[in-house]
Design a binder for this molecule. Structure first.
Ligand code: PLP
Length: 398
């Protein structure tokens, strides 16, 4: 008799997907719900990208496993502009998949070694490791350091157990913390990662959505050891279209080749019409650049507004730097909350949803210890189309 594989026993649906379903159930039951749980972009897909999709709606053939050549060229050129350095990337360095989540998963299938994750980190990295039976090494970060990994953290880990092969997933701007790394911080991390030969999967899916200055990739400082992850889901507003991309340096072609083999035996290729539309998105013409600049301005205004409201309520929280998340820490309210029978972040999130309709997620879904008072808030429950048309979402929420 067939039974469950050990690795998936006790596995439940991803926390962000689960909160979305729960919020939808409550909405269907007539309750008012503020969906600050799922990191779903509120912005409509840019018009030119929708038009490209329409123009290719009848494309129905299987695509090359690694991705449509025109798309791979566009993705390479897109990153080339961002990475800035002597590196030359071409379409050969790109792999396309139905979502960067899928690419993360097949990376985990393909490499040999430990997975190193800063804590907190995005919800799915660690369950993916668990499904595959891979060891996760958590590197806790601290609120007073903006939840950022330091070179000393990485160096300490690598020296403790020298010689172990390791892959670090570094995500910035970060889901869940909303923090990002500047060029100096990335350069310092790169030095240590190179010294210990730690391979980096640089999850830059929110790279366009920084609030200030410009986004820098760690690949600029450590090109030979860095894979850059991106996709349409966040900056292009098209999570449900399912398209993610990885950019590999030539030194990591061995990993890319293995992943292509896995892809060929699993998802085969990514939707043909979506890939054709993605050529326009990654082509990053003036209309896309203007669209992204609008997104940045709106998210900056809204994130800043939510942050100020939290501080005004006495809740500790780092100022948002990118993406669309805040990571408040309610430990200052812990005594008062305990008196109301709320023992930690998990209970707090449940009670918030039940009593106020506000859906947020506890920090423990992101690798923080169970019972800790952090939570993730996604400030995306507004009409993105209206915001792009000039209506201030912060004013609407007020
Ligand atoms: N990485 C991070 C940090 C994310 O927040 C998400 C989506 O929420 C993903 C990856 C997955 O994105 P995709 O839609 O490309 O699978």
């Amino acid at each position: 008799r067939a039974s469950l594989n050990l690795q998936v026993r006790g596995l439940s649906p991803s926390a962000t997907v689960a909160i979305n379903e729960r919020s939808n159930d409550l909405l269907a039951a007539g309750r008012e719900v503020f969906k600050l749980g799922l990191g779903q972009s509120p912005f409509p897909v840019p018009d030119s990208v929708v038009e490209a999709l329409r123009a290719h709606a009848t494309r129905k053939e299987y695509m090359p496993v690694r991705g449509l050549p025109a798309l791979r060229e566009a993705v390479a050129a897109y990153h080339q502009r961002g990475v800035a350095g002597e590196r030359e990337y071409s379409g050969d360095h790109v792999l396309v998949a139905p979502g960067s989540k899928e690419l993360m998963f097949i990376t985990q299938l393909a490499f040999y070694g430990d997975l190193v994750l800063p804590s907190p980190a995005w919800v799915s990295y660690s369950p993916q490791a668990r499904i595959i039976g891979r060891q996760v090494v958590w590197l806790p970060t601290r609120a007073d350091n903006g939840w950022k990994l330091t070179p000393a953290d990485v160096d300490g880990l690598c020296r403790r157990d020298a010689g172990r092969p390791r892959v670090l997933i570094l995500n910035y701007p970060s889901n869940p913390t909303g923090q990002t790394y500047d060029a100096d911080e990335l350069a310092a991390l790169a030095e240590v990662l190179r010294a210990h030969e730690v391979l980096v999967v640089s999850d830059e899916i929110y790279g366009e959505l920084h609030h200030d200055g410009a986004h820098t990739s760690i690949a600029r400082f450590y090109p030979e050891g860095t894979i850059i992850s991106s996709g349409l889901s966040k900056w292009c507003g098209a999570g449900g279209w399912r398209l993610g991309t990885f950019l590999f340096p030539r030194e990591l072609q061995w990993l890319q080749q293995a992943m292509i083999a896995v892809a060929s035996e699993t998802y085969t290729s990514t939707s043909a019409p979506i890939q054709c539309a993605a050529v326009t998105a990654f082509g990053f013409g003036p209309d896309i650049a203007a669209y992204v600049a609008h997104e940045q301005a709106i998210l900056k205004a809204l994130g800043g507004w939510c942050h100020r409201r939290l501080l005004a309520g006495g809740v500790a929280c780092a100022a948002p730097q990118g993406g669309f998340y805040l990571f408040p820490d309610f430990s200052g309210q812990a005594d008062a909350l305990r008196r109301r029978g709320i023992a930690g972040g998990e209970a707090l999130c449940e009670r918030l949803l039940e009593e106020t309709g506000v859906a947020i997620l506890p920090g423990s879904d992101f690798g923080r210890p169970f019972g800790d008072w952090t939570a993730r808030l996604a400030y995306v429950d507004f009409d993105g189309a209206a915001a792009l048309a000039g209506h201030d979402p912060a004013a609407t929420i007020d």
